[in-house]
Design a protein around this ligand. Structure first.
Ligand SMILES: Cc1ncc(COP(=O)(O)O)c(C=O)c1O
Length: 301
């Protein structure tokens, strides 16, 4: 690469100019999204049409034109008419933190590459643990989302509960988890990634309200045992994605304690209710869970 090009890429002045321009564009977008009720949330394009557009797109060296095109072609979550999927309109300040993070690009694979981020991760996780009601020795870490958090928690569960060393020896026995039939599909996927197979995912029916039927936990556990399956974890949804219904977490927790298995709560969607004095009752029993996953990009803005 020519050194003149590299100088331009790393130019502080270029960055300052582009940055100010971008902030202005985003602020205008925010203002319009919030204040102009007739603006549309989405201008739908078929996937292939959108692909064709970007394949041919040439910004002609204009960062501002590129930004404007991206804004135009994205879903406008800050529009008051947006009610769509689960992802919340981000608090604008968090976009600025993302910018800070992206420029500094401190990786956290090893401490010496990311001192402040590593320490901040500990502070955030400790604080969440305290709000949940966990003891002082509890801890956590940040993942890219709920899917990876759930997989990580189930790996911890297997490591802690299963008698053989699966990490070293692979699956030598028939392992299983118990989960509501309404649970998010990433739990099913995590179990399959772990080599449990379809037989290792014991789906518990739900009641009329779509919550896990806790009255069936005992009999499903016994049936699994009779089939030679070793159940090492039960998962509660807080809430399930499709219905927003929270499982009776305390009842699931008591079952797990009795059976000496791991209790994980998938709170990706609504675990953040723990911060709400009005809604934290929905999470009654959360402090009895061995692990909890909570998504920041959903109900934590
Ligand atoms: C209950 C539940 N669990 C897990 C996930 C997966 O989370 P993520 O998209 O952050 O990987 C979701 C996402 O919709 C969810 O609703």
């Amino acid at each position: 690469m020519k050194s003149s090009m590299l100088r331009k890429v790393y130019s502080a002045e270029e960055f300052r100019k582009n940055g100010h321009e971008l902030i202005d564009q985003l602020s205008d977008h925010l203002e319009a999204a919030i204040n102009e009720p007739n603006k549309r949330v989405i201008k739908w394009k078929e996937p292939d049409d959108e692909y064709d557009f970007w394949k041919e797109y040439n910004p002609n060296n204009s960062f501002a034109a590129f930004n404007q095109e991206v804004i135009k072609r994205c879903v406008h979550l800050h529009n008051p008419k947006y009610m769509g999927h689960q992802i919340s309109p981000s608090a604008p300040i968090t976009a600025l933190s993302s910018l800070l993070n992206a420029l500094l690009n401190n990786g956290m694979g090893v401490y010496e590459m990311g001192m402040a981020p590593t320490a901040m991760e500990r502070v955030v996780c400790k604080e969440i643990c305290e709000v949940i009601g966990y003891g002082k020795t509890s801890d956590g870490f940040l993942t890219s989302g709920g899917t990876l958090a759930n997989l990580t928690a189930l790996l911890c569960a297997r490591n802690k509960i299963v008698k053989t060393n699966v990490w070293e020896e692979g699956n030598t026995s028939k392992l299983a988890i118990m989960v509501s039939e309404e649970a998010h599909y990433c739990i099913d996927r995590a179990a399959r990634i772990m080599g449990l197979g379809a037989k290792g995912i014991i789906k518990i029916p739900v009641d009329n309200n779509y919550a896990i039927r806790t009255d069936l936990l005992e009999s499903y556990f016994d049936q699994a045992n009779e089939k030679g399956l070793e159940v090492f974890a039960v998962i509660g949804s807080a809430p399930s994605t499709a219905t927003g219904v929270y499982d009776a977490l305390e009842e699931v927790a008591n079952f797990a304690i009795k059976k000496k298995i791991w209790f994980h709560i998938d709170g990706a969607h609504g675990g953040a209710a723990i911060f709400s004095s009005k809604y934290k009752r929905l999470l009654k029993g959360i402090e009895k869970a061995n692990s909890v996953a909570i998504d920041g990009h959903k109900m934590m803005m």
